[in-house]
Design a protein around this ligand. Structure first.
Ligand code: MSK
Length: 655
């Protein structure tokens, strides 16, 4: 962990983003709490056992530090060894991450059902085609039934999936047939995510499952229940209610805050709240109220995945990613910040109190000391959103000096897997075939999913940007979600012109022909399920093997920090994808278990984990892995490079 050491001796730069550095330079008045960078510094040295996954505090005989390399510390009080300690810890991280995504998904399903029943009047069914698709997945009759009746049955079935006792969950059928057979053969098909998480907690309790590999079978089931269950349900139902994303122009970075408008900021993950806040911010009545207090209007901006959700559907400006949440407040320009769940720093209430900012929690699951709590109810959504926006308007007059950096960047967001299908094939012949053909002919070397958070242990955004630039320069098309997507957007990588500027010649040619950036924004954390769908679609299109593990496709989370990243990574590994973490890896002190994750797991699912803190080395490892898959597919022998023109597309259509 080189950056750990560096932070102690020579300090690493805090960010590569000029807007963030500008605010950080002025952040001297946030005492006593400071920023996450200040607090990390004070935490040094961090616990070495904890960092390596070797600390067990599952019972009161401990906490035990268990380290196979030290005679005295080989076993915990109960006799547990380091591999089992690390495995239990890792499985609990999967369970927590899966719980976060899936509880979000359950909330969406409840709102969806209430909307279908007419009990949440502010929400509508926006994408009927997607509703019908989901109904067919669930075996719900469509016929000439009313949309609302179909939606009620779909909503009830969706809610039932979370608690499904026997499995397998229905979306597994979306995976390639060979993958489904592999899961069945290894008894890895998950039941509902609730059951899988409970079993994770049971097995990791003191004195239950002591076999690291057996523990990981349960970790795999829980992660699959998240990726192909809770997260995928969240994405599907959100698309039906709020619209399936299509490419849309947006702006990003702290420079989107405005001096002369009421700044309303949403942060967290659930679009049920942010969609309503957006509707209210756009209402003429509220804009008139803002003007009445001397502002030119209302400026809505998002942070983290709340930003991703409203950015990709409506082009609402995104203020920044995880490490910019405190900086947004430190500009002094935020009149109201409202948060729901996940990735919300405990410091926000205190930092808001250094300024005029009203800081509001809205979810009973996520209260913060010092915040004002306004419980969000789907039955009265618009009224509650109006109350929040009104607080921002009323607070505008209390603003002091603001320090809004100028830096901001345009970006294109909103590449759902349906949109990619359409963009590649055209409206009458939606297809992934042009993508497959360009992978086969070598113009595109492979596909990378680069996702995940920021972590103050490494320079903010640096590893995301370095990794993604290196990948596209080597003709790898990059699919992104979460805070990683926002990092690369700030660097201008999500604009079509980035293709000629940063991509290798093959990828650039494909992007320029289709008119897409080389780095595609696919949404929020739960939308990693869109990447699973895209990978499955590529396999089904043909020519690149018959399972996800055959594809020249690799995943990475270079600056991860959240347990959700572990769950996401594990569902990719369980789906057949080599997936690397940067910054740190939570089992490194347990050699046997780490070897299982980094090597032996591939025999089980065709996917495995890796760890690489240097983004350039990480890129090389990813490209080597893609080249290995290409060789296995026989694609290493030079083939004539063909780009699909209209005549070839027509031929495809006829075929
Ligand atoms: S918000 S989980 S910091 S990506 Fe989804 Fe960003 Fe990571 Fe949270």
């Amino acid at each position: 962990m080189p950056d750990e050491k560096k932070t102690k001796k020579e300090e690493i730069p805090r960010s590569v983003d000029p807007a963030s550095l500008e605010v950080l330079a002025e952040c001297t008045d946030l005492q006593p709490i400071g920023t996450s960078w200040d607090r990390l510094k004070k935490q040094h040295p961090q616990c070495g056992f904890g960092l390596k996954g070797l600390c067990c505090r599952h019972c009161s005989m401990g906490p035990c530090r268990v380290d196979a390399s030290k005679e005295k510390l080989k076993y915990g009080v109960c006799g547990v060894d380091s591999d089992t300690v690390a495995a239990r810890h890792f499985v609990r991280m999967i369970a927590a991450g899966a719980a976060a995504h899936s509880d979000h998904g359950r909330g969406v399903a409840e709102t969806f059902l209430a909307a279908a029943k007419g009990e949440a009047k502010d929400y509508k069914i926006k994408d009927q085609q997607k509703l019908y698709g989901l109904a067919m997945d669930f075996g719900v009759e469509i016929g000439d039934r009313a949309v609302e009746d179909i939606a009620i049955e779909v909503g009830e079935k969706s809610l039932g999936i979370f608690g499904e006792q026997h499995g397998p969950i229905p979306f597994l059928k979306r995976a390639p047939l060979k993958r489904q057979a592999l899961w069945k053969e290894h008894n890895m098909e998950p039941r509902g995510v609730d059951r899988e998480i409970v079993e994770c907690m049971h097995r990791t309790h003191m004195g239950v499952d002591q076999d690291p590999e057996n523990l990981m079978m349960q970790g795999n089931r829980a992660a699959l229940a998240d990726g192909w269950g809770g997260s995928m349900l969240a994405t599907e139902l959100q698309d039906i209610m709020f619209g399936t994303p299509q490419p849309i122009l947006g702006e990003c970075n702290l420079g989107v805050l405005k001096d002369d408008e009421v700044n309303v900021v949403i942060h967290g993950h659930e679009p049920t709240l942010s969609e309503m806040v957006m509707v209210v911010c756009q209402s003429p009545e509220m804009i008139a109220k803002a003007k009445a207090v001397g502002a030119k209007g209302i400026n809505l901006g998002g942070l983290c995945c709340s930003a991703n959700e409203i950015l990709m559907r409506h082009g609402v400006a995104n203020i920044g990613n995880f490490l910019q949440q405190e900086l947004a407040l430190a500009t002094g320009a935020v009149d109201v910040m409202t948060v729901d769940v996940q990735c919300i720093m405990s410091s926000l209430a205190q930092i808001a109190s250094c300024f005029h900012t009203k800081f509001i929690t809205t979810n009973y699951r996520a209260k913060i000391k010092g915040a004002q709590h306004i419980q969000f109810e789907e039955h009265d959504a618009e009224n509650i959103a109006r109350q929040i926006v009104q607080m921002g308007i009323d607070n505008y007059k209390n603003r002091g000096v603001t320090k809004i950096p100028k830096a901001k960047c345009n970006m294109i967001a909103g590449f759902s897997h349906e949109t990619i299908n359409y963009l590649l094939g055209g409206v009458y012949r939606s297809s992934y075939k042009p993508l497959n053909e360009n992978i086969i002919n070598g113009r595109i070397r492979g596909i990378a999913g680069v996702v995940g958070c920021n972590n103050p242990k490494v320079t903010h955004d640096k590893d995301h940007i370095a990794l993604v630039k290196e990948l596209i320069a080597n003709n790898v098309i990059v699919l992104q979600t979460g805070c990683s997507a926002l990092a690369c957007a700030k660097e201008g990588l999500m604009l079509p012109e980035a293709a000629s500027q940063f991509a290798g010649p093959g990828l650039a040619e494909v992007c320029e022909t289709v008119g897409i950036p080389p780095v595609l924004h696919m949404g929020s954390c739960v939308d990693n399920s869109r990447i699973l769908m895209a990978a499955s679609a590529v396999v089904k299109e043909g020519g690149l093997g018959d399972d996800i593990c055959d594809l020249p496709a690799v995943g990475a989370a270079p600056e991860w920090m959240s347990e959700k990243a572990i769950s996401i990574g594990q569902y990719f590994v369980a789906s057949g994808v080599y997936t690397l973490l940067g910054t740190t890896f939570p089992t490194l002190g347990a050699e046997g278990f780490t070897d299982f994750l980094f090597n032996k797991h591939e025999k089980l699912t065709g996917g495995m984990w890796g760890f690489e803190p240097d983004p350039m080395v990480m890129a090389r490892k990813m490209i080597e892995a893609m080249d290995g898959k290409r060789r296995a597919l026989g694609l290493d022998k030079g083939k004539e490079r063909v780009l699909f023109d209209m005549a070839m597309r027509r031929e495809l259509d006829a075929g």
